[in-house]
Design a protein around this ligand. Structure first.
Ligand code: NAD
Length: 358
């Protein structure tokens, strides 16, 4: 099969981690008989320097016409003083909007080889952690009606509104159940249905969608309890599906459990098969160009791309297993280095992973 992938290396360590990821995908193509055609486009600081805009129209067009988008990272101190709407990060919001990305997938995986990196007690993380937070990305309080009133109860008042429609919840719930079908078949829907009307609607829609997935076990949890349970007993979770704001907070909490920013991939999905795949870390200007960045988060993002946009489950798994093998052979980049391990750079880590692909 032939697939068109738009690549956005971006700024800082972005180009370094994307380069290693392309080597991994090319090797997968070679082994399994696929052709990945990469078209590199500009976004972020480099786009500002070359075109005056953080997200040129050409980039949006190429991304829309691709099977998937693979992004490194954008931003850096050089562009920090620009006004808000001209900053590199604007490119990310622009891409979300233009591509209709409504579901944000944030896996938090703690490999047993790296369990000492977790801030949790060793007996809690003994069996590792494998959670996927599915966050609704285009609705809720971040997009609801907001404003200010001069005369509130105790002076000027400001308000933001949490609103969800049946269609929005149905769409994200369906995504979560589909993902659960590819994992351990458990979904926890997180809400605040004891207080919020929008959460009561959320819960009733999730219950309806669940009827189409009899193999998946569904439970519900209030967000405050979910925040505690993630720390107390993270293995109870497989897929967590939740609203934009709750997901924003819980996905960061879940990633902290794994303790290593250079290891964590993410995906943002549109309707149909299009998706944008990127590591959760930023452009790490402090180590850019020094061959120190960990490429694993981006390589695992590419594995998610194979699984969710290109329907290449087996190939995705092969990449994930290659990463585990390299970690089990005790190779580490600086961010996950510990005593007795072998320190490697970005390029060496990429080569080691390519070498484990079967
Ligand atoms: P950051 O994630 O870039 O870096 C935080 C720390 O983690 C740094 O010490 C960095 O060296 C380290 N780190 C990050 N990724 C690493 C990797 N792959 N391997 C090894 N070490 C790694 O966050 P920041 O410093 O707050 O932001 C730097 C720039 O990135 C800013 O301009 C910010 O706006 C931007 N940013 C972009 C994105 C994105 O593109 N999605 C996300 C977050 C931040």
């Amino acid at each position: 099969m032939k697939f068109n992938i738009a690549t956005i290396p971006g700024d800082g360590i972005g180009p370094e981690v994307i380069e290693e990821t392309i080597l991994v995908l090319n090797k997968i193509g070679e082994i399994y008989g696929h052709e990945f055609s990469f078209q590199e486009v500009l976004a972020g600081g480099i786009a500002i320097d070359k075109t005056g805009k953080p997200l040129p129209e050409e980039t949006v067009e190429v991304c829309k016409n691709s099977d998937a988008v693979l992004l490194g990272a954008v931003g850096g101190p050089k562009w920090d003083t620009l006004p808000g709407d001209q900053r590199p990060e604007k490119a990310l919001l622009g891409l979300r909007g233009a591509l209709g990305l409504y579901a944000n997938l944030r896996p938090a995986v703690l490999y047993t080889a790296l369990k000492e990196a977790s801030p949790l007690r060793s007996d809690i993380v003994e069996q590792g952690i494998d959670i996927c937070v599915v966050r609704e990305l285009t609705g809720g309080i971040y997009f609801g009606e907001r404003g200010r009133k001069k005369e509130g109860k105790m002076g000027e008042e400001a308000y933001d509104t949490e609103a969800y429609s049946v269609g929005e919840v149905e769409r994200i719930a369906r995504t979560a159940f589909e993902i659960a079908m590819k994992r351990d078949k458990r979904v926890t829907s997180v809400d605040k249905a004891n207080i919020l009307e929008s959460s009561r609607l959320w819960r009733s829609v999730v219950v309806e969608v669940a009827k189409d997935y009899p193999e998946v076990a569904l439970d519900h949890m209030y967000v405050d309890n979910a925040a505690m349970q993630l720390i107390r007993y993270p293995q109870q979770f497989d897929v967590i599906v939740t609203s934009n704001m709750f997901g924003d907070i819980l996905s960061d909490e879940a990633s902290m459990l794994t303790g290593s920013i250079g290891m964590l991939p993410s995906a943002s999905l549109a309707e149909g098969n299009l998706g944008m795949y990127e590591p959760i870390h930023g452009s790490a200007p402090d180590i850019a160009g020094e061959n120190k960045a960990n490429p694993i988060a981006t390589i695992l993002s590419a594995a998610m791309m194979l699984r969710y946009s290109l329907q290449l489950d087996k190939e995705a798994q092969v990449i994930e297993e290659a990463v585990i093998k390299v970690l089990e052979k005790n190779y580490r980049t600086g961010d996950i280095m510990s005593k007795g391990m072998t320190l490697v750079g970005t390029q060496e880590m990429g080569k080691l992973i390519v070498g484990e692909l079967k």
